[in-house]
Write a protein of this length. Structure first.
Lengths: 979, 87
């Protein structure tokens, strides 16, 4: 068979003046611009394009759309390697290099082919049944074996070369029209003419759908596209698939940006998030296969696909062609191929048909009441065996076209909640949408014929205009399209039984699911379509059962002895086709993965050489310098012995104002705040309603009805949300408002025995003495000329002041403090030093407020009020939470002064190393004590002072003897903070 | 993704809101039995059909909304500000 004989013309899309060279499995071929890889391979007579998933059977090109079950290839290019690309939707470009998949060592000789011979040992559910015992064998033997054999294509690890992220675009439309076939074009034109904003999305490279296969429709299509071009509010996007429908008018739409005819640089995909008031689903129908023995041989193809290759690409897929169809529409492919010089015969199970008579009049042999029962020919089809009544015949053929009817593409409608309704006339399920969502139109609604579809598109537009309250607009007239020819109804045919026995009839070509597998699933109790799907993997491949899903359901219905209408089809979910992760990620990759928050002093910290750490979204100085324990301890010791300054601006800050503010805070916090005098601060504990600690912070009373509270950095947003929720849901009638002022205020902690001298130097004539500004005082102040607030609170355990100033004035105040502190040896300190200081003081943070601890666990039980309701009060009293064997906060020190502690180490008794009694939550080398100190949660820990345990970390191979001590390592009498 | 018609901000994406759970449960009075609080915190119906839910418009007006949503179709029937509900 020469190459010339298969390319009979350029087709609608081809440009013979632009030849393109490409290689497939290392062999060189030539196609033309406008080809898909599949079209170019067919034009070159390439039939075998891969091996099947499970049985490694030879497979060829089966369809002509992206939902291709067989011809998936691995494409290598300058940007890397990409597996599982459907050759049917890959535009050819110069130098394209593709390889077949799932074969080893070579496509023509494949070792895995032995699976086909062993097939009776590889039924559905094979893995579940076979790899059962012994237990050890799973990890060591079965799993590695299965992993080696499983999967279609080979994934390449992170392809950094892509470099160009996908794009995400948000847009609104009055109407989203999905599919630009006869129905979609008609609907879009009628809607767009009114000035409504219309987005018309077509997954194909060109608009037209089924009209592209009918020369008689060319004038109508061209006229329609010209009309659309003139509509200023209409956008037509080709190579754009609607992949998800989410309700409330939200749709995920994937646009392929790779220019046809090139390997493509720049973004590959654009993900549109469309919000539309209405949708028209003109998604057409998918031709389905018929299950008969050996229906997967290269050369077996859907009838519409062959028609498409001929009309679009001028490629005649074969020379001796048999068409096996149960419907009139598929005859069009035989007529067209016969005109193009192929020798065609038709096998039709129906006794007669209008289309059959038409074909016979054109000299095509039609065998009625006949079925295809088998094929032969190894990796290339040579014979089709047919059966008429009691007679059998063998037909020589290089191509077998199959059409089992057309299944409306209802996936998006079903995602929107539409229930598929069985339709006898088309032997398929179709959907209708509620008016407030939109309308299905054309073949996707179960109509047959292009003229019927176009008329339905117009009607759909009219109905939507009514529901949107918009008047229809006049449009220029179009060339009348041809009427649909009269047709004989199809005769449902799902499967031709295997009369010989032992041969496979496939319903899912990509996942190698056979009719026998479906029956086996039914026998074994997987009767529900969703169970049968998962047991057999029917419809779970990249093509989502496009051509065989309904066939599988029909075979299940037969096996169950119930009508197909009762079995239904499995429920489709987004995405309706494979979507690359890169497209979903869009630009939110790498440094843009999440927002980055910088404190007002960020640039200052950077200039000072800080090493930054991510805490939530914030970047905070961890230590000034390159890190390591020495500089951290140096910073912390400076605070213990002289004075230091740290940036605590990331704390959440909520301003609470109103006559009922105090009452509200009494409800939100576990301790009492209404008794707090104006000008004072109090440590506050917030519980969840289940009694566990949620957050802690300080509350300052700025006025009778005004409080300012701080939250931990991590919970800043959650605390505000928690307070808003309870204020609005459970505190009706309370008069107060919450304001998030976290970003408005920068806050610094000035800490150390010399802190007061530094403060006095910048505080002007303010009296900062211990009597005027005692521990837990709060006051307005002016520091270095800037109005701010002063809180005498301490996280470090030293004499300390927290200074709040407007964020935009942070730098001058910070610098003034450092300047004033210079004579006292002041240094800024980072998060690590802050952590060292608080661990030594026994102050808790997120590591201890881990969601499983309540106040008494952490030794804070005395703060919980006895009277009045508050969040968490009721459930905190549950007996289980009073159990004194609970994990409780303890201090820990290694017995050997040179041993280190490690966060996460488990606390065990020497005799019982596998029985964890607790764990270390925080640890640090001490600034004052020799060696390390740590905090931990230990069963009944409060009563185990001086006990010796082991801190074990098996993954580090460590076992460290530790002693249980008080969690307050320094100044347990709390003298320093009051100095 | 849901689109929630906020009485103040108009129809907005679900991602602007925080879901705050079942709006049909009411916090028991202070003197209620512990069992009532256990029900309040832990017991939830999972209805197939209409469901009242709290949505807090954290990315917008910060108002708490009671949204009546159909769990099967995601249809939203009513949206009421918590402050406008009679306790």
């Amino acid at each position: 068979m020469s190459v010339k004989s298969l390319r009979v013309g350029p087709g609608l899309l081809g440009d013979p003046a632009r030849p393109l060279r490409f290689t497939f499995d290392g062999r060189r071929y030539t196609g033309i611009a406008g080809d898909t890889l599949a079209a170019a391979l067919l034009a070159n007579g390439v039939r075998l394009t891969g091996r099947s998933f499970k049985y490694h059977r030879p497979r060829g090109i089966h369809g002509a759309v992206a939902a291709e079950p067989c011809a998936l290839v691995d494409v290598s290019g300058p940007l890397g390697r990409e597996p599982n690309v459907p050759a049917t939707a890959l535009p050819l470009y110069e130098g394209l290099t593709a390889h077949s998949q799932n074969r080893w060592p070579a496509l023509r000789f494949d070792v895995g082919r032995v699976n086909d011979a062993l097939a009776r040992f590889l039924p559905a559910g094979f893995y579940y049944k076979t790899f059962m015992a012994p237990a050890w064998a799973w990890e060591r033997l079965y799993e590695p074996l299965i992993r080696r054999a499983a999967g279609l294509g080979r994934l390449q690890a992170a392809n950094h070369a892509h470099g160009t992220p996908g794009e995400t675009v948000h847009d609104h439309a009055d109407v989203l029209v999905v599919g630009a076939g006869a129905a979609g074009l008609a609907a879009a034109a009628a809607l767009g003419a009114t000035g409504l904003k219309v987005l018309l999305a077509e997954q194909d490279d060109v608009a037209g759908g089924g009209t592209l296969l009918q020369p008689g429709w060319a004038a109508w299509r061209r006229g329609m596209l010209r009309q659309l071009e003139d509509l200023p509010t209409l956008t037509l996007l080709t190579r754009t698939a609607v992949v998800g429908a989410y309700g409330q008018g939200v749709y995920a739409v994937l646009q392929d940006l790779r220019p046809a005819g090139s390997a493509g640089a720049g973004p590959r995909e654009r993900l549109w998030i469309i919000r539309a008031r209405r949708v028209v689903l003109a998604t057409g129908a998918a031709e389905r296969l018929i299950a008969f023995p050996c229906n997967d041989r290269p050369g077996c193809m859907l009838a519409g696909a062959a028609h498409s290759y001929l009309r679009r690409h001028g490629v005649r897929v074969g020379t001796r062609i048999v068409l096996f169809t149960n419907n009139d529409e598929a005859y069009g492919s035989a007529l067209a191929l016969s005109e193009a010089g192929a020798q065609c015969q038709v096998i039709d199970p129906r006794p007669q048909s209008v289309a059959g008579a038409r074909a016979q009049a054109r000299g095509i042999e039609v065998r009625n009441a006949t079925q295809v029962i088998d094929t032969a020919g190894g990796a290339r089809l040579r014979q089709v065996r047919v059966h008429t009544g009691t007679r059998r015949a063998i037909l020589a053929a290089d191509t077998l076209l199959v059409s089992g009817g057309y299944t409306p593409n209802t996936g998006l409608a079903a995602q929107l909640g539409a229930a598929p309704q069985w339709r006898d006339d088309i032997a398929g399920f179709a959907c209708d949408l509620p008016e407030h969502i939109g309308r299905c139109a054309g073949a996707s609604r179960g109509l047959s014929g292009l003229a019927a579809a176009a008329a339905d598109g117009e009607r759909a537009a009219g109905e939507l205009l009514v529901s949107l309250g918009v008047s229809p607009a006049a449009r220029p007239p179009l060339a009348a399209p041809p009427a649909d020819p009269p047709a004989t109804p199809l005769q449902p045919l799902w499967e031709v039984p295997d009369r010989g026995g032992g041969r496979k009839s496939f319903v899912d070509l990509q996942n190698d699911v056979t009719a026998a597998d479906i029956r086996l699933a039914c026998r074994e109790g997987y009767e529900h379509i969703e169970h049968a799907k998962r047991y057999t993997t029917l419809g779970m491949a990249t093509d989502q059962g496009h051509s065989g899903g309904l066939v599988g359901a029909a075979i299940l219905a037969q096996a169950r002895g119930v009508p197909l209408a009762q079995v239904g089809v499995s429920r489709p979910r987004p995405y309706s086709r494979p979507v690359p992760f890169a497209a979903l990620a869009g630009a939110e990759v790498g440094a843009h993965f999440k927002p980055r928050r910088r404190v007002a002093l960020h640039d200052w910290h950077q200039r000072a050489g800080a090493t930054f750490v991510n805490t939530g979204l914030w970047l905070r100085p961890l230590v000034y310098g390159p890190g390591g324990w020495d500089p951290v301890l140096e910073e912390a010791r400076r605070v213990r012995r002289a004075v230091g300054l740290t940036d605590v601006s990331t704390l959440g800050k909520i301003d609470v104002q109103g006559p009922d503010a105090a009452r509200f805070l009494d409800f939100i916090y576990a301790n009492t705040l209404s008794t707090l005098p104006v000008g004072r601060c109090r440590y506050g504990l917030m519980l969840r309603e289940d009694g566990m600690l949620f957050d802690d912070g300080t509350v300052a009373r700025l006025g009778e009805g005004r409080f300012l509270l701080t939250t931990t950095t991590a919970n800043a947003a959650a605390v505000l949300e928690h307070m808003e929720f309870h204020l609005q849901a459970a505190c009706h009638g309370m008069r107060l408002v919450l304001s998030d002022v976290a970003d408005q205020w920068a806050q610094f902690a000035l800490a150390g025995p010399l802190a007061r001298q530094v403060l006095a130097a910048v505080a002007g004539d303010m009296d900062v003495s211990n009597s005027a500004l005692p521990f837990m005082a709060a006051a307005a102040t002016r520091l270095a000329g800037v109005a701010g607030r002063l809180f005498r609170i301490s996280f470090s355990g030293e004499l300390a002041y927290e200074i709040a100033v407007p964020a935009h004035e942070a730098v001058p105040v910070w610098e003034a403090l450092l300047q004033a502190g210079q004579p006292h040896g002041i240094r800024p300190y980072g998060l690590d030093a802050l952590n060292t200081l608080r661990i030594e003081k026994g102050h808790v943070t997120t590591a201890e407020l881990n969601g499983n601890t309540h106040p008494a666990d952490l030794g804070l039980g005395r703060l919980v009020k006895k009277n009045g309701d508050f969040i968490g009060r009721a459930l905190l009293q549950r007996p289980g939470l009073q159990d004194d064997r609970r994990l409780q906060l303890v201090g820990l020190r290694p017995v050997a002064a040179d041993a280190r502690l490690r966060n996460g180490s488990q606390l065990v008794r020497a005799g019982a190393p596998a029985d964890s009694e607790g764990f270390i939550t925080s640890s640090t080398p001490s600034t004052e004590l020799p060696g390390w100190v740590g905090l931990g949660l230990l069963q009944a820990g409060h009563a185990r002072r001086a006990e010796r345990l082991l801190a074990v970390s098996p993954i580090h191979g460590e076992s460290t003897p530790v002693e249980v001590v008080s969690p307050h390592f320094i100044d347990p009498e709390n003298q320093r903070v009051r100095a | 993704m849901l689109r929630i018609p906020c009485p103040w901000c108009g129809p907005r994406d679900e991602s602007e809101f925080r879901y705050r759970g079942d709006a049909s449960v009411v916090r028991p009075a202070a003197q209620a039995a512990t069992a009532d609080f256990i029900d309040y915190v832990y017991q939830r119906d999972n209805p197939r059909g209409w469901h009242c839910e709290w949505w807090l418009h954290t990315g917008g007006c910060r108002q708490l909304l009671r949204v009546e949503r159909h769990t099967l179709t995601d249809e939203i029937r009513t949206v009421t500000a918590a402050r406008d509900l009679t306790p």
